[in-house]
Design a protein. Structure first.
Lengths: 645, 129
């Protein structure tokens, strides 16, 4: 070991006869500082502290402290734990000190720190009077020497581990108080002069929280010696470098601590916010261990929805708290979570208490791994009100549907009677002859036509109502488009005297759909063509096929167009004629053509239901053309071929 | 009326419709019996000579005409009688045929269409055993 730079060689060998002085190689900053100063001069560092990083270093320093004192003819008092005492004494004996003799002379006194501490502690604080009496006695005895009453009073070197012990147990206040008591004892007149060495492990001050207390420990001592990583440096340049590096390290640490504190503060705020969200969420939230399904956390709403006390719910197995209707559902949810990370169940029914009433919740869960272990976060949303509204809505719609069916029957029945009677009268009138009867026939013919009109209106209104409740029925078959068009044109021609209807072209295509409904669409377009071209006398129906490209390949379409040569539709009305209740002319307050304004709306709905399109082109004054485009059925469509039925 | 007159039973809970159809069919030379309920028809079939054709309303005051058709068509005694269902539901044709009816007419109907339908089914029906 290198010698301390400021050590005076003479001091090392001064006047101790009874101990061997061959251990002059034991040196260090503490011992050199102590030995470099005459002990009886005022202003001595009579209370020093040695910080240490390893016990070995403490043993070394303490052994030097004692050996130098003994060599100088001073007395030694060591108040330490048994293990430290044993190690120091072994070290001293290795250096040929005759400790037994020193003990007999009363110049070497050891005390067990752990035994001594309780002797002067009262309610966790060192009692000044007891401390002065006990420690004062020990110091005085060492100063006088018990076996040699005539000897001069010796200077005492004392080592005390009691404050360090208090610090280690967390009683920092008592440790600081004890340091003060040591100082007071040294300053008092009753006790012989002594130099006190205290020691603290550096590890006892790790952490910013200890900064203030550490400063106080330092202030309580006349001289402070750093731990071995600095104390053992012999070269002054090396020490300067080390201090500089320590300063840099301290500065970095301060910055890092500030940054960490900022991050921690943000985390605290964030944690607080999430905690508040969790606690005050109107959804029930559960955090569940993915492996054991154990509920790790539950917010108040989750507990309320499941009908549990919150404290009881935590720790339960989620599969058995009444959320899932049965175990198979729970297993299925967990399987889905493992495969997809997400699982949801809609409208789970939960009983409310012991009543027969039910509460409904939507269940959404996510599986994730926040800290290396999978957890499942579950959200429960109370949808009772919505479910009840939906149920009521379904019931209402079912009633509406039933009403529409009934209304259809009830409205048609009197029309049927009226129409039948009108036709009977027509037949009977025909059998008569004469001008008056001819007029009667005409009137009856008008009545019959008006009843037909009434029938169509009733049909349209009922279809519209059914569309609104989604109960308009379709019966899909695969049929020949050309045949349907020709058949419809013929039927309409039979009842149309004002216009000539012609069909041109062909599709030679079959389509899949409801033949009657699509026939209804064609009738609507032909009726409109006739209605809106009062001054024209022809209507042309054209048939053709066309192909468009889609992602799945080419799509063939059957296109049917109905062209009239009538008044046409102004551009501003063209995109609106398919709206429900929309009538051209009505918005301007002008005269309108008869009708409810629902025919084209129904027609477009039917065409779109078949995956097709219905649109128009028109030039006011030249007439309009309506186009229907329907997807041609694939040859492998296996629907019933319903041609001609 | 001669004994060769074809007999037609009309079952409709709306008396005016029964009356109107019967007037035109009688004018056309058929022997017509108008009944208001399904039970009336079943009773008459047990106690009287079988008709050549039945015109049956689909909804008979809560009773389902299709069920009557199924009963008639499952009984060897009555299964050969042509049954034409008439209904105020124009889209009910397929359901009517599915129940075993031989024909369907939607209400309201043209009387000419009634006469044509009746004639067509009488012509195609098998002669009574």
């Amino acid at each position: 070991m290198a010698s301390a730079p400021n050590q005076k060689p003479d001091d090392m060998a001064s006047g101790v006869d009874e101990v061997d002085s061959t251990n002059a190689s034991i040196q260090g900053p503490l011992t050199s500082a102590l030995t470099s100063l005459p002990n009886d001069e005022p202003g001595l560092p009579d209370h020093v502290v040695q910080f240490y990083e390893t016990d070995d270093f403490l043993v070394e320093q303490l052994a030097k402290f004692a050996s130098e004192g003994l060599q100088a003819g001073e007395a030694c008092v060591i108040i330490a734990t048994e293990s430290l005492r044993e190690r120091v004494e072994k070290r001293l004996e290795n250096e040929k000190f005759d400790l037994r003799q020193a003990q007999q002379q009363g110049t070497y006194i050891t005390c067990d720190a752990e035994t001594m501490l309780p002797l002067f502690m009262v309610d966790g604080t060192p009692d000044p009077e007891r401390f002065n009496r006990i420690i004062g006695t020990v110091i005085s005895r060492a100063a006088r020497g018990s076996r040699l009453p005539a000897s001069p009073v010796r200077h005492v070197r004392a080592y005390g581990e009691v404050a360090s012990l208090l610090w280690a147990t967390g009683n920092q206040e008592a440790a600081l108080r004890l340091e003060e008591l040591w100082n007071e004892l040294a300053a008092g007149a009753t006790c012989p002069p002594f130099t006190l060495l205290c020691s603290y492990p550096m590890s006892g001050f790790a952490g910013v929280a200890h900064a203030a207390a550490f400063r106080m420990v330092c202030e309580n001592h006349a001289q402070v010696f750093p731990g071995e990583s600095y104390s053992t440096l012999a070269d002054s340049d090396e020490r300067l470098r080390t201090i500089t590096m320590l300063q840099q390290k301290a500065s970095s640490l301060e910055t890092e601590i500030a940054q960490r504190e900022e991050v921690e503060e943000r985390l605290r705020v964030s944690d607080h916010q999430y905690r508040r969200l969790f606690e005050s969420s109107t959804d029930g939230i559960l955090v569940v261990d993915a492996d054991t399904h154990t509920i790790m956390a539950a917010n108040p709403v989750a507990a309320h929805l499941l009908g549990w006390m919150r404290e009881e719910l935590v720790g339960q197995d989620l599969w058995f708290v009444g959320l899932f209707p049965d175990l198979a559902v729970a297993e299925e949810v967990w399987r889905e979570l493992e495969e997809c990370g997400v699982a949801r169940l809609d409208t789970l029914a939960l009983p409310i208490g012991s009543s027969s009433q039910m509460r409904y919740v939507d269940f959404v869960s996510n599986r994730f791994r926040p800290n290396g272990h999978y957890v499942v976060q579950c959200h429960l949303r109370d949808v009772t009100e919505r479910t009840q509204v939906e149920q009521a809505q379904r019931e209402l719609e079912a009633r509406k549907d039933a009403f529409i069916s009934m209304a259809s029957h009830e409205l048609r029945t009197p029309i049927t009677s009226l129409k039948a009677f009108t036709q009977i009268l027509q037949r009977r009138a025909k059998r008569q002859s004469g001008e008056a009867d001819l007029q009667l026939q005409q009137v009856l013919g008008r009545m019959d036509a008006q009843l037909d009109r009434l029938t169509h209106l009733v049909t349209d209104l009922l279809d519209l109502s059914k569309m609104q409740v989604g109960s308009l029925a379709f019966r899909d078959t695969c049929f020949d488009v050309d045949a349907l068009v020709h058949e419809t044109v013929e039927t309409m021609q039979a009842v149309t005297t004002t216009h000539t209807l012609s069909a041109e072209g062909s599709t030679s295509a079959h389509i899949s759909g409801d033949r009657d409904r699509l026939g209804q669409v064609l009738i609507n377009l032909l009726s409109n063509a006739s209605k809106y071209s009062p001054d024209a006398n022809r209507i042309i129906v054209r048939l053709r096929t066309t192909t468009t490209q889609t992602d799945d390949g080419d799509q063939q379409w059957a296109e049917i167009s109905v062209q009239d040569f009538g008044i046409g539709i102004a551009p501003e009305h063209q995109h609106r004629v398919f709206e429900r209740f929309y009538q051209v002319g009505a918005s301007e307050g002008g005269s309108t053509y008869p009708g409810l304004g629902i025919g084209l709306h129904i027609a477009r709905t039917i065409v779109e239901r078949h995956g097709g399109r219905l649109w128009m082109e028109s030039h006011p004054g030249d007439g309009s053309t309506f186009y229907i485009r329907l997807p041609v059925a694939n040859s492998d469509d296996s629907l019933t071929n319903d041609d001609g039925l | 009326m001669s004994s060769e007159l074809k007999t037609i039973h009309i079952v409709d809970d709306e008396p005016d419709i029964g009356l109107a159809i019967s007037m035109v069919l009688e004018d056309a030379g058929y022997d017509v019996v108008v009944l208001e309920r399904g039970a009336d028809l079943m009773r008459r079939l047990q106690t009287h000579a079988l008709p050549d054709l039945i015109l049956l309303d689909m909804l008979l005051g809560g009773q389902d005409g299709r069920q009557i058709v199924r009963t008639l068509k499952s009984d060897p005694k009555t299964q050969a009688i042509p049954v034409v269902i008439i209904s105020a539901h124009p889209m009910a044709a397929h359901e009517a045929v599915a129940s075993g009816a031989d024909g369907f007419m939607s209400k309201p109907f043209e009387l000419d269409a009634v006469l044509n339908t009746v004639a067509a089914h009488l012509k195609s029906s098998r002669p009574p055993a």
